[in-house]
Ligand binder design. Structure first.
Ligand code: C2E
Ligand code: CA
Ligand code: CA
Ligand code: CA
Length: 279
């Protein structure tokens, strides 16, 4: 399913209803976007709070639409998921991000992890670990430089499957993270069983930190929980110095957010951050 050739477009037949038509247009648009290489990856640094060092970058996709300009993943990832096109799109992102990270290492930048988000359909594919192993082999990226994120709600959907898949990925040496933590309903008993390295506190908690005292308690509880389970904790969506000060005081390990930088295109990331990272 790597190549989505031009011949794969479907054609309209008059029996289709409006909803089917809408879906089919979407699917064709997304498929065309992939063929025409309209997707781009931006990268957002993950920074170690006590050293200020960049230890990784999260790959975040954007759609550079020829007419509509830059389209956010929040708009098209759900559609891609709905139509199944998330599979080829997700494979493209994974390959691209791994190849990019290898290229940075080959150019002598200090090694860091690249973090890729896995959607539900992608994660539920039966041969995902084998596929990822092929991507690492093809690109030459060491597994310790790849991190995969799944959301808390996805992880908890079918815990037995999650556990089995994560154990395989962990055996390969890949770092595993739970995204949007605190928004789903984790059974702590299951969480303990999963081979997770990193918890990412959902940015809604960080955002309301100043106005809602409950969030102070929740963040501090998540950090303690993560540390007790030998996990590192990342705060996402950090926008202010006050938030950072609080997180540092709570011994949160890593931060990601506009306070440091927004996600950036490759060239800009290299110019602003990566060269400084080499010693
Ligand atoms: P996410 O995985 O939770 O990614 C973090 C989102 O927070 C990103 O939005 C990022 O730009 C944004 N963000 C980072 N720092 C701040 C901040 O300080 N303040 C605020 N307000 N926002 C901040 P983005 O890039 O629009 O992505 C939205 C969502 O789309 C992601 O949420 C993820 O669920 C999905 N997504 C993005 N790229 C991919 C991808 O390659 N594959 C899959 N499956 N999903 C993706
Ligand atoms: Ca993420
Ligand atoms: Ca998140
Ligand atoms: Ca999210």
């Amino acid at each position: 399913a790597k190549e989505m050739g031009r011949n794969n477009y479907q054609f309209y037949t008059p029996t289709m209803n409006a909803q089917t038509l809408r879906r089919f247009e979407l699917e064709n648009n997304l498929r065309r976007a992939l063929d025409r290489k309209e997707f781009v990856i931006y990268y957002q640094p993950q920074v170690e709070i006590h050293t200020g060092k960049i230890v990784g970058v999260e790959a975040l996709i954007r759609w550079q639409h020829p007419q509509r300009g830059m389209i956010s993943p929040a708009e098209f990832i759900p559609m891609a998921e709905e139509t199944g096109l998330i599979i080829p799109i997700g494979e493209w992102i994974l390959r691209r991000a791994c190849a990019q990270n290898k290229a940075w290492q080959d150019r002598g930048f200090s090694p860091m992890r690249v973090t890729v988000n896995l959607s539900a359909r992608q994660f539920l594919q039966p041969h995902l670990p084998q596929y990822i192993s092929n991507v690492l082999e093809d690109t030459g990226l060491g597994p310790q430089w790849l991190e995969l994120e799944i959301t808390e709600s996805l992880a908890m959907k079918d815990v037995a499957f999650t556990e089995k898949t994560l154990i395989e990925l962990r055996k390969m040496g890949i770092t595993l993270a739970i995204d949007d933590f605190g928004t789903g309903y984790s059974s702590l008993n299951y969480l303990k069983r999963l081979p997770i390295d990193i918890l990412k506190i959902d940015r809604s908690f960080i955002h309301d930190l100043n106005t809602e005292s409950d969030d102070v308690a929740i963040i501090s509880a998540i950090i303690t929980l993560g540390h007790n389970l030998k996990m590192k904790v990342v705060a996402e969506g950090v926008e202010t110095k006050e938030q950072l000060m609080f997180l540092r005081q709570q011994q949160c390990d890593l931060m990601q957010g506009y306070l440091f930088t927004k996600p950036l295109p490759v060239r800009e990331l290299e110019q602003k951050y990566l060269s400084n990272n080499t010693k």
